[in-house]
Each structure stands twice: as C-alpha cells, then as structure tokens.
Design a protein around this ligand. Structure first.
Ligand SMILES: O=C(O)[C@H](O)COP(=O)(O)O
Ligand SMILES: [Mg+2]
Length: 486
C-alpha cells in the first residue's frame, strides 16, 4: 500500500485512502495450499495508482468473504481463520500493464449448497464497486466436486436430447424467427412451419418476444405448435420450437411453460436476464416435466465484453451448467457477434466435457471436474449462414445447435428454401468429413459441389458470399498466455 499523509495508525489496524490493511487482517496467505473442497476464484484486478497489488488482492478476498472496512469485535466470535477467503497468489497479467491475476480460495462452508444466488452475492457482490480498484474481472472459477454435486445440472442433457429428437452424427439445426418483433401469431406460425418443413430441427423465439400487443403468448404457442405438428407429419422427423416463457413473474413463467407442455412441446426457452434464481427454478421445472430448457444469453455482454472489468462468459457458462439449463448461446466465431476462436473453444469445452483440463490458450485456468453432471448443448447463433458451414464445424464440432435466423428467413427464394440450403450444406460437410476429406480446406469446393444439385444452396451461397464479419476488433483473444503465468 502506498504510504501517504493520510495514513492512520489505530489500535485495530492501519488504513489509508480507503484501503484497509486486509493483508494484515489475514486475507493474504502466500503459503496457503488450496484444499480439494475449496472454491477458487481467479480475478483480474486493476489497482488504483499507488495501491499495492497484493494489498488489493487481499482486499478482494476480504470484501468477497467476511470482511468489512474495519476490524469488528465479533470476528473473534467466529471461526475466522477458516471463513476468511485467502488470496494466495498474485501474478502480473502478460501484456497488460497495471493488471494482475489474483487467486483467491474460499472455504466451502461460506456458501449455501445448490444456490447460484448465494455464490454470486459474495463473489461478484459489493467487491466490484470497491474504491481501491480501478477495475475487476472474474476470469475463472474452480468449482470443487463437493460443490458441483449440490446442483442438479442440465435438466435433460445432450444424450437424451438427441434420443428425443432422433438425430445423431451431425449438429442440430435451428432458426430464430425474424423479424424479432411485430409478426401476428398466424404469420409467425407460418415461418415456423416453412423452416421446419424445409429441413431444420428447431425454430426459436427471439429473446425479446414475450407477450406484446401484436401477439399474445397463447396465440404464439398455439400457432407454433400447430406448425410443429404439421411439419413433423410432413417430414416424418421430430421437430421442435423453443417457446420463450420469459415473463415478469415466476407465476407467469410457470403458467406459460405448463401450457407449452400441454400442447406437446419438447422444449421451452428462457433469457439470462430473468436472473439466477428464476433460471434454477425453471431448470427444476424442466427436469420434473421432461422438457429441454433453452437459455438465450441476452444481457451477458453488458458485463462479459470488457477485458478488464466484469465477469468472463466462461464463468457464466459454468454457473449455467450448475443451474441446469440444457442449451446456452455460447458464440459463433464467424458470425456477427464478438468472440475469438480460442476463447470460444474454452466456452464449448466447459459445456461439453466431463473433465476440462487447464488450458491457458483457451482461457481455462483450472482443471474442472463436472462429476457426471449432464452436458450442456452449446448453441451458435448470430449472423451465421450456409457458406460458413465448414468453418462452423471446424470451430464448434458436432454437439452444437447451429442457428440461422437471417440465414434462413432472408433466403431470396423463401424460408423453406433457406432451411433446405442449411440442411444440405450441413449434410454435405458431414459426409465429406466422414469420408476423410479435409473439409476445412476444401469447404468452399464441397459446398459448390452440393450446390450443383441443390438450387436453394446455390442461391444462399450467391446471396451471402461476401458476408464474413471479419472485423479486426473481434479477433483479440480474451487472454494471451505467456511464460510468466504457469
Ligand atoms: O437470438 C438470436 O440468437 C439471434 O437473434 C439470431 O439471429 P440471426 O441468426 O439472424 O443473427
Ligand atoms: Mg435474437
């Protein structure tokens, strides 16, 4: 800590410029060996000028666990050695002056079992507004098995979802109905029917479609399920549409979800903005009712996008796997939304692997054991189209839902043609991959071959050939490791 004129010595400690001596209070323990049962948080801290990084790390440990700004007599009435979070390591962030990675361990007893709300009230609570820090970002967390096991995890999981849909060996295909707002129930249902009949597995409500004056929710659900049933009958395939049950109250959400189930829907949808407790409640409802639960990550970029402040999306992905959603929008790499390949890969691994090893180049700082919690299906959605199919499969793999909103509904020959273009492009690419071809290098040629016998695909390729969203600003990885971090 910087010494200054306003440094005060008191019988209970020494403080200056708003920074207590958290280090002296026991929140810095460089020799601490985290226990297997500890929760570990990795923060990127940017201390104010003159604030010592170790003191800042200790302050973060203090403010996110037991401490307040001054020593209190009642500390000694608790097992404070156990309950204090311990900052035990501080490293400079490579290539980022003035920023440090601080590792902080928390005893498991600091948290209520099975509650994201309780976890987040500590870890991202008041500490994010703390004056001695210019900025603070929660980069990653190691969640011990003992804690993971207090959550239900994804209500359905990837394996059972594929069994219900009877689709194996390829990504699932979807589309978000467009325009986002304004369609009547009847016209909306027509979009769903055309897209499903044309070859998609799913259609989806947009994140901001709930129950507006132009289309009340019951109307939408009725027309959508009529379309799903007609398309299933016409194609002999299982079809679904994510009915967004996001609403103002839990009572409204349960009512809408119950109605979706009554109509025979396999899936309902919620938005991240409903909050952690509402998400966990809906996940429990989904498990009780054998429904797949889709999560749109609406709102996340307000706190995940800045590299020095907020919460990394990899942490949100972990919390959502615990909370128990089945789908999560996890990035597209080549689409319209920001997200570099290496960092996005880290999100996808977090969703789909049983055990995720530390991999700094993917922004993964800890080994994470998911202890048999179901896998979470990542969803790629936002500005993607058939011409990118080889890149999508290369970046995102096979257990993923590829969703083309504009890339279906914007097709020059109509919605069904857009859906067919996507389905043919996908199957051509999977066929080439299974035949051992280098589908990434040969991608454009494979698509052109398939387009010879598929006019809708040819039209799609002609229409979107120049759309790459290749802006430099989206290419910066979340974190560039170097030899200084091991
Ligand atoms: O909700 C979404 O994921 C987006 O609105 C997708 O739409 P787009 O495919 O047209 O970008
Ligand atoms: Mg949308």
């Amino acid at each position: 800590m910087a010494d200054g004129a306003d440094v005060k010595e008191t019988p209970r400690g020494r403080y200056s410029a708003g920074v207590m001596e958290y280090r002296k209070m026991g929140y810095w323990e460089p020799d601490y060996e985290p226990k297997d049962t500890d929760i570990i948080a990795l923060f990127r801290i940017t201390p104010q000028d003159g604030v010592d990084p170790v003191e800042a790390a200790a302050a973060v440990a203090g403010e996110s666990s037991t401490a307040t700004w001054t020593v209190v007599w009642t500390d000694r009435l608790t097992a404070c050695e156990k309950y204090r979070a311990k900052a035990y390591r501080v490293d400079p962030v490579p290539n980022a002056e003035g920023q440090y990675f601080a590792y902080i361990a928390y005893d498991l007893d600091l948290f209520e079992p099975g509650s994201i709300a309780n976890l987040t009230a500590s870890i991202i609570g008041n500490v994010f507004g703390f004056k001695p820090l210019k900025a603070l970002r929660l980069e990653d967390m190691r969640l011990p098995v003992a804690y993971v096991k207090t959550f239900q995890g994804p209500a359905t999981g990837i394996v059972v979802e594929r069994e219900r849909l009877q689709v194996w060996g390829r990504p699932l295909l979807g589309a978000t109905v467009k325009p986002k707002l304004g369609l009547s129930g009847r016209n909306y249902g027509r979009v769903v029917y055309e897209a499903l009949k044309g070859g998609l597995d799913f259609t989806k409500d947009d994140e901001n479609i709930n129950s507006q004056p132009f289309m009340h929710w019951r109307d939408r659900f009725l027309y959508c399920m009529e379309a799903v049933n007609k398309a299933a009958a016409a194609t002999g395939e299982v079809k679904g549409t994510y009915l967004n049950v996001t609403a103002a109250t839990m009572e409204d959400m349960y009512e809408r979800a119950e109605f979706a189930k009554e109509l025979g829907s396999t899936i309902v949808m919620i938005d991240l903005v409903i909050g952690y407790t509402a998400i966990q409640s809906m996940a429990k409802w989904a498990r009780r009712n054998d429904m797949i639960l889709h999560l749109h990550r609406a709102g996340h970029s307000t706190y995940t996008r800045q590299r020095n402040h907020g919460v990394s999306f990899r942490v949100i992905t972990k919390w959502m796997r615990l909370a128990g959603v089945d789908h999560i929008h996890a990035g597209t790499v080549v689409g319209k939304l920001e997200g570099d390949p290496a960092t996005t890969r880290g999100f996808y691994d977090t969703c789909r692997e049983d055990k995720v090893p530390m991999k700094l180049e993917n922004g993964i700082f800890f080994d994470q054991d998911w202890a048999s919690l179901n896998k979470l299906m990542p969803v790629a959605s936002g500005g993607i189209h058939a011409g990118q199919m080889h890149q999508l499969i290369d970046h995102l793999g096979e257990d993923v839902v590829l969703q083309f909103g504009g890339g279906t509904i914007g097709h020059p020959q109509g919605i069904a043609a857009g859906a067919t273009a996507n389905r043919v492009a996908l199957e051509a690419m999977i066929f080439a991959r299974n035949a051992g071809r280098d589908y990434l290098a040969e991608g454009p040629a494979i698509l052109a071959e398939a387009a010879r016998t598929c006019t809708p695909l040819r039209q799609a390729l002609d229409t979107w050939k120049d759309v790459t969203f290749d802006y430099a600003s989206t290419d910066a990885p979340d974190f560039v490791p170097s030899a200084t971090v091991s």
